[in-house]
Design a protein around this ligand. Structure first.
Ligand SMILES: [Zn+2]
Length: 243
């Protein structure tokens, strides 16, 4: 489907450094990183102007089988309703906020994911938090079932942000969920494309060893057995890989 993108609005990933290279497909965040166990996002239960039942709609969108959990790597993201009262960047509790208490997502920014929280674990890098904020004052929002007249769909935008939360950067493949901009009234990003799914498979494994396991796949670097889906980390010290 062709898109008319007269009003391209950026979807931001704050604190992400991209390599200056000619990309032709999905990009992983740098350094490459994954959650060790499937994250459960707390989705704002405080409402969003213009959207009926935003909490349930966003929970359903980001955990849908037409989004990240349908890529072939099993369940890579969970979500549940909750309060944003304790919202804090980097506290290890991933939250999806329908406002922006940080004030860092303004202007053309529709929503943003704070991807700067991770730590090295052996030779892997693990995401420890990835909170999402929404520019609720600078843009008007809608959702599936609410009609659209110049607003942005909360479902598609948050599926994009959740992709950042799982370790993906921006792609230059037009029409993919991780494309960095979206037009008003375009909910296409709510459904992932082959390029997006290839990215998730790269990170979390879709080669038969995945099955929802977020640990190392065959051939991945490891330090202890617990780093591997197979439970087998073998090889010389410093050069061990999952079997
Ligand atoms: Zn983005």
């Amino acid at each position: 489907m062709k898109r008319i993108m007269t009003s391209r609005i950026l979807l931001a990933a704050i604190a992400v450094a991209f390599l200056a290279s000619a990309i032709s497909a999905y990009q992983l965040l740098n350094p490459r990183r994954t959650w060790q166990s499937t994250p459960t996002y707390i989705v704002d239960n405080g409402g969003l102007a213009g959207v009926t039942n935003p909490t349930n709609k966003v929970i359903n969108a980001i955990t849908s089988n037409v989004a990240w959990n349908g890529a072939g790597a099993g369940t890579v993201i969970n979500a549940q309703s909750g309060s944003m009262a304790g919202f804090q960047l980097g506290d290890g509790v991933p939250m999806l906020n329908f406002s922006d208490p940080t004030g860092q997502c303004s202007g053309n920014c529709l929503a943003a994911t704070f991807t700067g929280f991770y730590r090295r674990q052996g030779r892997n890098v693990r995401i420890t938090d990835a909170d999402i904020v929404t520019n609720d004052t600078g843009h008007a929002w809608t959702s599936v079932g609410d009609g659209c007249s110049g607003e942005f769909y909360i479902e598609g935008v948050q599926v994009h942000e959740a992709g950042h939360g799982l370790g993906l950067g921006h792609t230059n493949v037009s029409g993919a969920t991780m494309f960095p901009s979206v037009a008003a009234c375009d909910n296409g990003p709510a459904t992932t494309e082959a390029d997006d799914e290839a990215g998730i498979c790269d990170l979390y494994g879709c080669d038969g060893g995945g099955n929802g396991c977020n640990l190392g796949q065959k051939g991945d670097s490891c330090t202890v057995n617990g780093d591997c889906c197979s439970g087998k980390c073998r090889g010389p010290s410093g050069r061990k890989t999952c079997k």
